[in-house]
Design a binder for this molecule. Structure first.
Ligand code: ADE
Ligand code: ZN
Length: 364
């Protein structure tokens, strides 16, 4: 059944897997490129669209595994290079604060009350020597957004899989010694297929983060198989797994995730676009949930993927024939999986119950 996206927007929810660098809208990017005097890698109108991109070689396809993905590149490695280009355009504190503010506004428009947003400083080259300034400016935009009544957004500082162990330790030490505003977690993302099995390389950084009171979220089981998810659990002590869908290939791992209540931040359209699964029928989301794993539905990189959270939820609801009870379960799981403070989690759960009552007639 297709569910009206307005109904999904009306359900309070959290988002736990979305990259700030993957949230810049086309118009914002074009303005930033103009301000920076930077050339576009392809025609403006089709920057996010490989099918009509007349310079598809502008970014290289690093994995060979991705489908033509509508983002001006193919495959995950090429996609990460596109994010580097985006970040290279952002030069001022004001631009960062606007990006953060608009992000919170878009989240609010999707009915999101709380977000754990991932930011990977390696994508933001102009800030390489001022990571403190990068986070400070983003936090100021998020503070302003919250003061204006928009969604609460906290930040997950993300390492890149191809960074060194030393760089990871440096970042974790800096985070725990300085505790920048709104940063609540250490994260790791990037392409595991090209980086190889690198869990052990980042074990010390994640240990420092844990001892310093930061939460931990790890991209795994997307460009890696179940072994990447095991490493995230055993070596990095992940509180949550970003993607994690390929855990389905190891029944013991599925049981472990369910038993230890380690949630997955699943991003269906991202998986389809980047060629992890050909269609939702073969996607393991419903099966993972049936086997007791806490699943959440998220956007990953909403702007280049051309999606919003309500689109993702409608996509999944349509594919699995979900109604209001399943959407309420999903909303509650999103809150439980999030790193939102306890009092906000409690008030969101109450708000979800209230919304379920008022939405019920629309689902009859
Ligand atoms: N960074 C942004 N999107 C990503 C993805 N889907 N996988 C790994 N790293 C990412
Ligand atoms: Zn991601």
């Amino acid at each position: 059944m297709h569910i009206d996206e307005n109904l999904i927007r009306a359900l309070p929810k959290a988002e736990v897997h979305v990259h700030l660098e993957g949230s810049l809208e086309l118009a914002d990017l074009l303005e930033l490129a103009k301000a920076a005097g930077a050339p576009l890698p392809g025609p403006a109108a089709t920057l996010f669209d490989v099918s009509t991109h007349d310079n598809p070689g502008a970014f290289e396809n690093g994995t060979g595994g991705g489908a033509s993905n509508g983002i001006g590149v193919t495959g995950l490695s090429g996609f990460l290079q596109f994010l580097d280009w985006e970040g290279s355009l952002v030069r001022s504190r004001e631009q960062l604060a606007r990006i953060a503010y608009r992000f919170a506004a878009r989240q609010s428009a999707s009915g999101v009350r709380y977000t754990d947003a991932i930011i990977n400083p390696t994508h933001w080259a102009p800030w390489a020597s001022d990571v403190a300034g990068l986070f400070d400016a983003l936090a100021s935009g998020l503070d302003e957004a919250e003061a204006d009544g928009l969604a609460t957004v906290n930040l997950c500082y993300s390492l890149l899989r191809t960074q060194s162990a030393e760089a990871g330790v440096r970042a974790a030490t800096w985070l725990t010694e300085n505790r920048p505003a709104r940063v609540i977690a250490l994260s790791i993302d990037g392409d595991e297929r090209s980086a190889g099995r690198t869990g052990i390389r980042f074990a010390e950084a994640f240990d420092i983060a844990a001892r310093g009171g930061l939460r931990r979220t790890v991209h795994a089981g997307e460009s890696s198989g179940p072994e990447g998810v095991w490493d995230a659990i055993r070596l990095l002590h992940a509180d949550r797994i970003d993607h994690g869908v390929r855990a389905i290939e190891d029944p013991e791992l599925v049981d472990y995730l369910a038993e230890h209540e380690i949630p997955l931040g699943i991003c269906p359209r991202s998986n389809l676009t980047l060629g992890i699964y050909p269609d939702l029928e073969s996607h393991p989301l419903a099966e993972l949930q049936r086997r007791g794993v806490i699943v959440t539905v998220n956007t990953d990189d909403p702007a280049p993927l051309g999606t919003r959270l309500e689109n993702e939820w409608a996509l999944v609801a349509g594919a699995y024939d979900w109604g209001l009870p399943e959407l309420v379960t999903l909303a509650k799981a999103s809150v439980a999986a999030s790193f939102a403070p306890d009092d906000l989690q409690r008030s969101m759960l109450t708000a979800i119950d209230d919304a379920a009552v008022s939405l019920a007639p629309a689902f009859r």
